[in-house]
Each structure stands twice: as structure tokens, then as C-alpha cells.
Write a new protein. Structure first.
Length: 351
């Protein structure tokens, strides 16, 4: 580490100029001041950087992987259900630390490397004043796309309020899967629009109170065979139906969830590929952390016996896929009808 700076001041105020910090992977440059107010320290700073790399702070980070199709028994043996922890922590947030300082920091790295992707030309301003934290603007280039948004945390009341917005008119959706879900399943670009607000003293409480929306629209792209098996629940048979193809062409992928009191209800969920069209309906409860979704597949050009609706149930980190009993009965009925009365086979086709 190499650190140099010019520091002047006294016990009331310190100014810092010509600040330079260099390590193996990171460099920082800037200037600022610190005022030692009896009620709260006041910090102002402007920091720039050629490269800021945070990945060394996360030694357990694993790179993106292609999915593996395994049996339910194998999946359960990885981590016993009784040992699974909640996705959203219910530990109280350390909000008391907000009261120790007033902060106004501008941070502008040209390259910002994190375990969740590489961001370029970052421009953000963090302002903390009277227990209210605001990050505005929040701008960056991500996967050659413009990303804009803002974040707020207001802890002045008894229950903290949180708000987040994030949008991009054209972003690499597949890269999002790689960076945030560690899955290499999709290639293609599209738009995202996220606007959420909630309240609570823990991540779990905030997740269980979210209101707003999350939308995504992607045009043409491609998806891995295994990834298609994941989202459809058609683990058995789909590999044979695709003739061993590693990738399938995607015509369109659209998702629109409305959030109310922590429940994300599907308004639009569509994945249209060269071999199958998937639509979904239902909800995801972030408070109880469970799925109540139904996926409806419509194969294109292969065995219609695969076109049975699939229910997604169970916890967020370990959902179960099972055929919809009513959908299975309807499919059997359509096949029996085609034997006794051929026009009845149209029921399965139309559905």
C-alpha cells in the first residue's frame, strides 16, 4: 500500500488535499475535509479512481457457472432442508451508526470491479444527513449499457423507510444472470425498470413490505438447454426433444412483477423460444420466502405430452417443480378424446 496526503487543521477541522492511495489492484485520488462537531462528525470528500477493485474483499466469491441438471434427491443432499438459512436476514440493521456522522462524498471511479460485475464511468454521490442516507445520482456503464437509479434510507422515524430505483433502456440480461445469480444460462439484451420501496429494521422486514414493480423486456437472444430446463421444470425429456442442442434461440422474454406488501404478483411472464413458449402466473412471497407459481409450456414441433403445466412451490432457495394435477388430467383427456373423437384433440392444441 502506498498512501500520501497533505493534512492540515486542528481539533475542530481538518482538510485533506492531494490524497493518493495505491494498492495492487486499487488507486484512489481526492480531497476533502472533516469537521469534529460535538453532535456528529461532518465529512465532505471528492474521490476519483482509475480502478477500484473490491473482489479481494470477498475470498469466497465463485465465478459464473453453467447449470447442471441433477435429480431432486441429489439437490436435497447438498444442504439438508433443516440446515437451510433464510434468504433475507432478520438481524437488526446497524442504523445507529447513521447518527455518528454527516457525510457528503462524491465517488467517480473509471472502473469499479465488484463480485457482482464490472462497472465503468461510475458517478455517485452519497449524502448522509440527520439519519437520512441518499445515493443520488447513481450512474454507471454496465456491460456497455447505461445504468441509472437512486437509493434512499430514511431512519428518522421509528421504522426506517427504504427506496430503490434502477433502470436501463438496453442492458445485457444474460450478464445480469452471470453476475448476480452466478449462472451462465442466457445471452441477449433488453430493458429493465425497477422501482421499489419498503420499511423495516432488517432486510427480512424490508423485503416483506416492498411495494412497486420490477420489469424486464428482452428481444432476440439465446438460452442454454439446461437453463431452459430450469425455468420450465421440464427436466426429463427436454434434452431428448432438443436433439442434444446446447443453445436454443430466444424470440422474446418479458417479465413484469407488481409488488404489494412483499408479495410479487406476476402480471406478465413470457419466454418464447424456437422450441417452446413458456408463460407463468402466480406470486412470490418475499415475507414468507416461498413460491406460488405455475408455468405453462407450449412446445413447438415436438411431443405435446410435455405440455403439462408445472407448479413451482417451496422456499426461494430450494423450490420444487411438480406437474399440475388438473393440467395432467386435461392432457390425458385430450389424448383419450382424440382416439374416440378426433376433433377433441384440438382441445390440447388450442390450450
Amino acid at each position: 500500500v502506498d498512501l500520501t496526503a497533505t493534512v492540515e487543521g486542528d481539533l475542530e477541522k481538518v482538510t485533506i488535499d492531494d490524497f493518493t492511495f495505491r494498492s495492487v489492484t486499487t488507486d484512489l485520488f481526492g480531497h476533502g475535509s472533516v469537521v469534529f462537531d460535538p453532535e456528529a462528525i461532518e465529512i465532505e470528500a471528492v474521490v476519483t479512481s482509475d480502478v477500484t477493485d473490491l473482489t479481494r474483499l470477498f475470498p469466497d466469491y465463485e465465478p459464473a457457472r453453467a447449470p447442471d441438471l441433477i435429480s431432486a434427491e441429489e439437490a436435497k443432499s447438498v444442504v439438508p432442508a433443516k440446515d437451510r438459512e433464510k434468504v433475507f436476514s432478520d438481524e437488526p440493521l446497524p442504523l445507529k451508526s447513521l447518527r455518528t456522522a454527516d457525510i457528503d462524498i462524491s465517488f467517480q471511479p473509471k472502473k469499479f470491479v465488484t463480485p457482482y460485475g464490472v462497472f465503468e464511468n461510475v458517478n455517485l454521490r452519497v449524502v448522509l444527513e440527520e439519519d437520512a442516507l441518499n445515493v443520488r445520482p447513481l450512474e454507471a456503464r454496465y456491460a456497455d449499457s447505461d445504468l441509472r437509479g437512486d437509493f434512499s434510507l430514511d431512519a428518522r422515524g421509528q421504522t426506517p423507510l427504504v427506496g430503490l430505483s434502477l433502470r436501463s433502456p438496453d442492458i445485457q440480461i444474460g450478464q445480469l444472470f452471470k453476475d448476480f445469480a452466478n449462472l451462465d444460462v442466457l445471452e441477449g439484451s433488453g430493458a429493465i425498470d425497477i422501482a421499489l420501496s419498503g420499511s423495516g429494521n432488517s432486510i427480512a422486514a424490508i423485503a416483506g413490505s416492498l411495494d412497486g414493480h420490477a420489469r424486464q423486456l428482452m428481444g432476440k437472444g439465446r438460452m442454454r438447454n439446461e437453463g431452459l430446463g430450469y425455468v420450465s421444470g421440464l427436466f426429463s425429456g427436454i434434452g431428448e426433444a432438443l436433439g442434444g442442442k446446447s443453445w436454443v434461440a430466444v424470440d422474446c422474454m418479458a417479465n413484469d412483477f407488481e409488488f404489494k406488501d412483499g408479495v410479487a404478483t406476476s402480471r406478465v411472464n413470457l419466454l418464447s423460444t424456437e422450441v417452446i413458449i413458456l408463460t407463468a402466473e402466480g406470486s412470490i412471497n418475499l415475507g414468507s420466502e416461498d413460491y406460488k407459481m405455475k408455468v405453462k409450456p407450449r412446445p413447438r414441433g415436438f411431443d405435446l405430452s410435455l405440455a403439462v403445466p408445472v407448479l413451482i412451490r417451496g422456499p426461494l432457495d430450494d423450490p420444487s417443480f411438480l406437474p399440475d394435477p388438473l393440467g395432467t388430467l386435461a392432457k390425458i383427456g385430450s389424448f383419450l378424446g382424440s382416439i374416440v373423437f378426433p376433433p377433441a384433440a384440438l382441445i390440447g392444441l388450442i390450450d
